[in-house]
Design a protein around this ligand. Structure first.
Ligand code: GLC
Length: 547
């Protein structure tokens, strides 16, 4: 390796990394209150080290009234007592470091909680120094400044009678939007980020970052005209002073926009989360709740386009899951008979691509969606708001529940399944949300012992990425683009060629490519048999050849 290349890799360490996401409320409870906490995470670091991940992104643990499970922050520089203390956080950073794991904090910069000191001050008067930290419009009670809707239902405007003004909120009314036009807001945010960098965090995930430059008078939420100006300033004032991984959540990103966010010159972020592939199984122009079958060929072409267009010009993140999405094995695999096979297949297809893979807690076990029979068992504000809105609008209860079973964010938020004991080993108390009853069959303790488990398959995939540079640097080529069953592609870096070949269906299918690769080395395979031209349901294999 040339010195330059080595230096570049040192700087862009995150290109070789695999990241694990923890939803702290549901990961591990240490004190029996039914809610996961930081000491719980510390107690599971050995598990994460064994899995082999390089970094852990933790959803927000800051002080928060928890209207949106911590995505409503009331103090950026303190830990919510429910999760622990700042001293616990420091210990987590230090203990993770000992195991070669960096901690990525979740930054929610588009909005705060309405209980944040800034907002409480802002409401005191138009001449209060904090008033301009938020987005206000004069008006009359009952007539919103415009028709804009909030993501979690209802208007995007709320009335404050004392001020005779509306404030703007893209999410819940308890999540007022920050005014990024105000340089004082930006400075406060930068100082806060520098403070966390001093504490030793390894990176940041930036919540709904494409929405910070909103222009409500023009009805614009994301990709506002000053967005990239703000991001470059943010990056210059903070991230560029450290060797961090940064990833922005950007629902509105196209490949062109993603190249700006993840430009190799490091002017914005390391990479973005984009959701084009994730939104394919909904009716066009409608909400995520309006279900549609997955258009498989479209999915392949979409992922392939991102691979091609970002090659050498930006950097991808690779994910099927997070705390807002249903479990992938229930969504695009089979959570019945072929659960383990399909979970492994989905993993192989994702981890074979170029980008930084993210594993959401429990994905490495093949955890599934949950079906609670009554709406009262659901905790997520988006789910419950939608339920009552749609029931009121005359939808049938069964249809609404079907959408919830398919798409509710709570599918991802049931407790991590550690073992077959009470509450899956998550808590000794009463869990804040129900445990998926399949924990007796799907849990970490069993899967760690079983050499053929989904968990062991993920471990191996993570190792392969470190052993074969072709998975990091290799050029992607989609094969059989029109095939309705098979997802196949190659990665080539001049020294090595890898073939990733997967049957995305529950039927046996013939795969003509395999024959040409019969002398190649099998790196990973989710069936214990020879690789043949006919693929079993959800069969997936990665083969490699030296060029
Ligand atoms: C992001 C988070 C989601 C949260 C929303 C508002 O989409 O991932 O959980 O509800 O932003 O902060």
């Amino acid at each position: 390796m040339t010195e330059n290349k080595a230096q570049e890799q040192q700087k862009a360490w995150w290109k070789n990394a695999v990241v694990y996401q923890i939803y702290p409320k549901s990961f591990q409870d240490s004190d029996g209150d039914g809610v996961g906490d930081i000491r719980g995470i510390i107690s599971r670091l050995d598990y994460l080290e064994e899995l082999g991940v390089d970094a852990v992104w933790i959803s927000p643990v800051y002080r928060s009234p928890q209207n949106d499970n911590g995505y409503d922050i009331s103090d950026y520089q303190d830990i919510d007592p429910m999760f622990g203390t700042l001293a616990d956080m420091d210990e987590l950073i230090a203990e993770a470091k000992k195991r070669g794991i960096r901690i990525i904090m979740d930054l929610v910069l588009n909005h705060t909680s309405d209980e944040h000191r800034w907002f409480k001050e802002a409401k005191k008067g138009k001449d209060n120094p904090y008033h301009d930290y938020y987005v206000w419009r004069d008006g009359e009670e009952g007539t919103c400044p415009n028709e804009m809707k909030a993501v979690f239902g209802g208007p995007a405007w709320d009335w404050v009678p004392e001020l005779k003004q509306y404030y703007f909120h893209q999410f819940a009314p308890e999540q007022p939007d920050l005014n990024w036009e105000n340089p004082k807001v930006r400075r406060e945010i930068y100082d806060m980020i520098l403070w966390w960098m001093d504490r030793g965090v390894g990176g940041f995930r930036l919540d709904v970052i494409d929405q910070i430059a909103k222009e409500p008078d023009r009805g614009i939420t994301n990709n506002g005209s000053r967005l990239h100006e703000f991001l470059r300033e943010l990056s210059r004032e903070t991230f560029q002073k450290g060797n961090l991984i940064t990833v922005g959540e950007a629902w509105g990103a196209t490949t062109e926009i993603a190249k700006k966010y993840s430009s190799p010159d490091g002017s914005e972020f390391s990479m973005v989360f984009q959701f084009e592939h994730i939104m394919l199984d909904q009716q066009e122009g409608k909400e995520k709740w309006d279900l549609a079958p997955l258009p498989f060929v479209k999915l392949k072409k979409c992922l392939a386009r991102w691979q091609d267009e970002l090659f050498g010009k930006g950097w991808n993140s690779l994910f099927w899951n997070n705390h807002d999405l249903p479990r992938i094995v229930s969504r695009w695999g089979d959570d019945g008979e072929y659960r383990a096979e399909s979970a492994k297949m989905l993993a192989a297809v994702l981890h074979g691509m170029q980008g930084t893979p993210y594993i959401y807690q429990g994905e490495e076990l093949g955890m599934t969606n949950v079906k609670f029979s009554d709406i009262s068992a659901y905790r997520d504000v988006e789910t419950t708001n939608m339920y009552y809105e749609r029931i009121e609008a005359g939808y049938k209860e069964d249809d609404v529940m079907r959408s919830i079973y398919a798409k509710s964010r709570d599918n991802a938020r049931t407790p991590m399944q550690w073992n077959g004991e009470t509450n899956a080993g998550f808590t000794k108390g009463t869990p804040w949300i129900g445990v998926n009853p399949n924990y007796t069959k799907i849990n970490a303790e069993d899967e760690r012992k079983d050499t053929g488990s989904v968990y062991q398959f993920y471990r191996k995939l993570i190792r392969l990425r470190k052993e074969y540079p072709v998975f990091v640097d290799g050029k992607f080529e989609l094969l059989l683009p029109e095939d309705e069953h098979i997802f196949a592609y190659t990665r080539t870096d001049g020294e090595t060629e890898a073939l990733i070949c997967a049957n995305f269906t529950g039927k046996n299918v013939k795969c003509p490519i395999i024959g040409k690769w019969k002398d190649a080395q099998v790196l990973i395979h989710n069936y214990e048999k020879e690789v043949e031209e006919e693929l079993e349901p959800y069969e997936a294999v990665i083969l490699v050849e030296c060029l």
